[in-house]
Ligand binder design. Structure first.
Ligand SMILES: [Zn+2]
Ligand SMILES: [Zn+2]
Length: 275
């Protein structure tokens, strides 16, 4: 019998935002894989037309399709209709079965531009150059302040805590070992603990070849444990093959770090699962 944490995948994207497969294809794969719970988490609408977010009509289609799948898979696979809510979204995430709170963008204090921080190097470079006086760590500090702002809204799951490092392999834009970086991350972590957030351990940076570590990395996970924080494993799956990618090694890492359990999201909310 597989561990419960291998049977729930709740950070999942589809073609309706920036994923590769339809909701139906994701559901079929999840069912064939023997999952108990599949939670969809499309990117929420944002008024500033951020790339990959769903439009309002897309969001309505998303909800309708997920509702249909819930009925079709009743008794076979528990399907949840969640949302990955962005800090700059104008949507109320309360109407969903659960929500992942995430910061994906930086709002330039000088130019007023919105920069996607986890995709194109030229975007992050322009953000640092034009809005943060060339100081990459200042951009990272703003990112973690945004994460703290998301945490204060008490999402069901706090998304990819240190996403700002995604395209920073080799410390290309800022030094992840610097005191400034660490203290900015720690301040956001304390804010998350204060809001009793559940942090996801998100394996997508590894799946997509950007990083060899997870979101968040080991140091932050150690600090989170010291703050008595809870975690849930997620794949941030953008295709059907990724639904539970890396869950076993991630669980192994958590155990090595001293975690005794992970939380597993299902139809009735979170349940603890021993490691
Ligand atoms: Zn995200
Ligand atoms: Zn996501």
């Amino acid at each position: 019998m597989a561990a419960e944490y291998l049977l729930s995948s709740v950070h999942v994207h589809t073609k309706l935002c920036d994923g590769k497969n339809t909701p139906e294809e994701m559901a079929v794969t999840a069912w064939k894989q023997g999952l108990r719970t599949l939670g969809f988490s499309g990117h929420s609408h944002t008024p500033c037309d951020l790339e990959y977010c769903m439009t309002q009509s897309r969001t309505a289609l998303y909800k309708a399709q997920v509702e249909k799948l819930k009925e079709r898979y009743a008794g076979k696979l528990d399907i949840l209709c969640g949302i990955e809510w962005d800090l700059y979204s104008d949507e109320d995430p309360a109407g969903y079965d659960y929500w992942i709170g995430s910061a994906h963008y930086l709002h330039g204090p000088k130019t007023g531009k919105y920069y996607e921080i986890d995709w194109r190097e030229e975007d992050l470079a322009a953000c640092i150059r034009d809005d943060f006086d060339g100081d990459g760590l200042a951009a990272a500090e703003q990112y973690f302040a945004n994460v703290a702002a998301v945490a204060a809204k008490k999402p069901t799951i706090l998304g990819h805590f240190d996403l700002i490092k995604k395209i920073n392999a080799g410390n290309k834009f800022f030094d992840e070992d610097s005191e400034r970086y660490k203290s900015a991350a720690y301040a956001a972590l304390v804010a998350a603990a204060r809001s009793r957030c559940v942090l996801e351990v998100n394996t997508s940076g590894v799946y997509r070849g950007f990083r060899s570590d997870y979101f968040p990395g080991e140091e932050i996970l150690k600090e989170w444990l010291a703050l008595s924080g809870n975690v849930v494993l997620t794949a941030d799956a953008h295709d059907a093959k990724a639904l539970t990618f890396g869950f076993e090694p991630a669980a192994g890492l958590l155990k090595d770090l001293g975690y005794g359990k992970v939380l597993v999201l299902g139809r009735d909310g979170f349940v603890p699962c021993a490691l």
